[in-house]
Each structure stands twice: as structure tokens, then as C-alpha cells.
Design a binder for this molecule. Structure first.
Ligand code: NDP
Length: 330
């Protein structure tokens, strides 16, 4: 994969351009603050509400979304993916001018053609691999969040240079901006959510059920599985030291137990076929269609799934756990 760092990214590409950040939430606030600190001219376009008050408190020039589209040269669409299509169609599309750049932090709406920009604008992606607060904190600490960058439309011939300049402005090229496509970023992100996390979550719930059925106190199980923060620490060390290398932090009994039992799992073929199906339903558009229908009908299945999750006995177990263990992981 091609990776870009500070030396590959020229911030002067943005010198004569104004960046309009649309939406001042998780990514919007972090990216706006980082870009301004990097010397980029930034305006904010958002609804008149809590976000606008926060942006004003941060001393940005805050406009309505239509005004921001008219004033900005580069538009970073940093509102939730689910509302981007509607906001784009109702407020942005008819105001776009040739030469403008549309920037996304996730490929979903462009890849699935829910937003189809006119050919005379550049369409790019700068997608940090961290939540907004970390994008800001890592920048302030002198580092940055790694990001995926991509170009879907290059009307100006400068789309990649613009994406790299934005990546540098938010601090991403300090860590590394990896060149990908809208398709790969979107499919990978959705696969992670639909092919990997469901298995992890279902496995943990199954472990909870086995142990509590066998008489272990629910709050003790919750503490052991994730409540102490040890699990989060293992993931952190996987990222720092390596997936297997972090195992050195655990006893040999633990290492032997984990590695030997991982080879005894009898349903690996089914797991693989579950993952293949998850990827296929992302790739063939059937997930997007299912989710679009769910949204159009007012989220009936989603509400039901959330209600089921909220009713799971694990919620009560963790309440009991927090009664006993007074300090939560930092
Ligand atoms: P947020 O949910 O934090 O966005 C909130 C902002 O969007 C607020 O300013 C909110 O205004 C505004 N907004 C919500 N609905 C509307 C609407 N209908 N019309 C106009 N403005 C609206 O979004 P994220 O920062 O989480 O996500 C933005 C993009 O970044 C997405 O594409 C996401 O996939 C991507 N991304 C997000 C990451 C993260 O850290 N969460 C990580 C990497 C990528 P109000 O105050 O009115 O609610």
C-alpha cells in the first residue's frame, strides 16, 4: 500500500482555499480545530443549535450549511452517514460549483451511490482511523491519527494533493495516510462491523451464559470478561506490540491455554462462511438496501434489537459490578 507522510503533503495547496466543515460533532470539531491550528482557513456550516454554540465558543465563523457551501472551496461533510444523502440533496447539491472539492470521512454514501456529485467537482476521502477526541488529542500531543485517503473523482487534477493537504492539516500524515479506494474503505469498515464484531459479541454473551448457568456470580463474570478493562488493555497492546507478541505480558499458563484451545474450535468452517456471507451482503448491496428500508420504515427492527440488548441480564450484572467495584477503567 502507498503511504504518505508530512513530507509528501503540501499544505500550500489549501493556502488560497477555504475549508467548510459541515457538521460540528465528533469528527467535525476535531478536524476543524486541527486544520485551524495547522494554518488552514476554516469556516463551519451547521444547524443553529448546540453544535453551532460549541463552534462559536471555539471562535469559528459559523454559518448556515447553504452559506458555507457558497463560501467554501473544500467541503468536508462531517455529519452522520445516515443523514448525508438528504442534506446533500436538499441543501448542498444545487449550490455546488465547478472546482469545489467534496471531502468525506467514510466512503459509504459515495461508494453505494447514495450521493452522486456532478463530474466537475473533486470527490475525496480523508478517513481517520480514530474517534474525534483522539484525532484532536493525538494532534495536540504532536502526533496524529492514521487515516485512509482516497480519490473518487479528480476533476481538477489536484484531488489527491488536496486530500493529502487535508490529511496533513488534521495531523494524519504524521502517523501515515494510506492510499485506498472508497470501495475498500467502505467494505472493510462494514465487514468489521458485520463480520467480526457480531462474532465477538455473541461469543462473550455465550461465555456469560455458560458461566452464570454454572453458578458463577454475574457481576464477577462481567468484571472478568471486560469490566476491569483488561480486555481493552489487551487490544491496546495488540496495536502497540503485536497481535501475538503482546501475549508475553500474560503467564505461560495463559498463553498455552489460549493457543491450544484456539486450535480445538470445531466450527471454524461455519465462522468462515458467516464472514463470507457478511462480506457478500456488503458487496452486493443487499445490506445497504436492508438498512435503507429499515430507515424508511422508522427503524422497527433496529428498535427491537436495541430493546433486546437493553433487556439482557448482562446489563443488571454490570450494575451490580459497579456497586462493588467503585472505580471504572480510565
Ligand atoms: P456526529 O454524529 O458527531 O455528527 C454530528 C454533527 O452532525 C452535529 O454537528 C450535528 O448537528 C450534525 N447533524 C446531525 N444531523 C444533521 C442533519 N440532519 N442536518 C445537519 N446537520 C446534522 O458525526 P461523526 O463525526 O461521528 O461522523 C461524521 C463522519 O465521520 C461520518 O461520515 C463518519 O462515518 C465519519 N467518521 C466518524 C468517526 C467518529 O469519530 N465518530 C471516525 C471516523 C470517521 P446537531 O448538533 O444538530 O445534532
Amino acid at each position: 500500500m502507498q503511504a504518505y507522510y508530512d513530507a509528501d503533503a503540501d499544505l500550500t495547496v489549501l493556502q488560497e482555499r477555504t475549508v467548510g466543515i459541515i457538521g460540528y460533532g465528533n469528527q467535525g470539531r476535531a478536524q476543524a480545530l486541527n486544520l485551524r491550528d495547522s494554518g488552514v482557513r476554516v469556516i463551519i456550516g451547521c444547524l443553529r443549535d448546540e453544535s453551532a454554540r460549541q463552534a462559536e465558543a471555539d471562535q469559528f465563523s459559523v454559518l448556515s450549511i447553504p452559506q458555507a457551501v457558497e463560501r467554501a472551496d473544500v467541503l468536508a461533510l462531517l455529519i452522520p452517514d445516515e443523514v448525508q444523502r438528504q442534506v446533500y440533496q436538499e441543501t448542498i447539491a444545487r449550490r455546488l460549483r465547478p472546482g469545489q472539492t467534496l471531502d468525506f470521512a467514510h466512503g459509504y454514501n459515495i461508494h453505494f451511490r447514495l450521493i452522486v456529485p456532478p463530474p466537475e467537482v473533486d470527490v475525496i476521502m480523508v478517513a481517520p482511523r480514530m474517534i474525534g477526541t483522539m484525532v484532536r488529542e493525538s494532534y495536540l500531543a504532536g502526533g496524529g491519527a492514521p487515516a485512509f485517503v482516497a480519490v473518487a473523482q479528480d476533476a481538477s487534477g489536484k484531488a489527491l494533493a488536496t486530500a493529502l493537504a487535508l490529511a496533513r492539516g488534521i495531523g494524519a500524515t504524521r502517523a501515515g495516510a494510506l492510499l485506498t479506494t472508497f470501495a475498500q474503505e467502505t467494505e472493510l469498515d462494514l465487514f468489521q462491523e458485520q463480520g467480526l464484531w457480531p462474532l465477538l459479541i455473541r461469543t462473550m454473551l455465550m461465555a456469560y451464559e455458560v458461566l452464570t448457568d454454572r453458578g458463577f456470580p454475574p457481576e464477577m463474570v462481567a468484571l472478568e470478561m471486560y469490566g476491569s478493562g483488561e480486555g481493552a488493555e489487551i487490544f491496546r497492546e495488540m496495536a502497540r506490540q503485536g497481535f501475538f507478541r503482546q501475549m508475553r505480558l500474560h503467564s505461560q499458563t495463559s498463553q498455552y491455554g489460549t493457543l491450544s484451545r484456539a486450535q480445538q474450535i470445531p466450527f471454524l468452517a461455519q465462522m468462515r462462511s458467516f464472514m463470507e456471507r457478511a462480506l457478500s451482503s456488503v458487496r452486493d448491496g443487499s445490506f445497504v438496501e436492508e438498512w435503507r428500508k429499515e430507515q424508511a420504515e422508522g427503524y422497527p427492527r433496529f428498535r427491537e434489537l436495541r430493546a433486546q440488548a437493553q433487556a439482557h441480564p448482562l446489563n443488571r450484572a454490570e450494575e451490580a459490578m459497579w456497586q462493588l467495584v467503585k472505580q471504572r477503567p480510565a
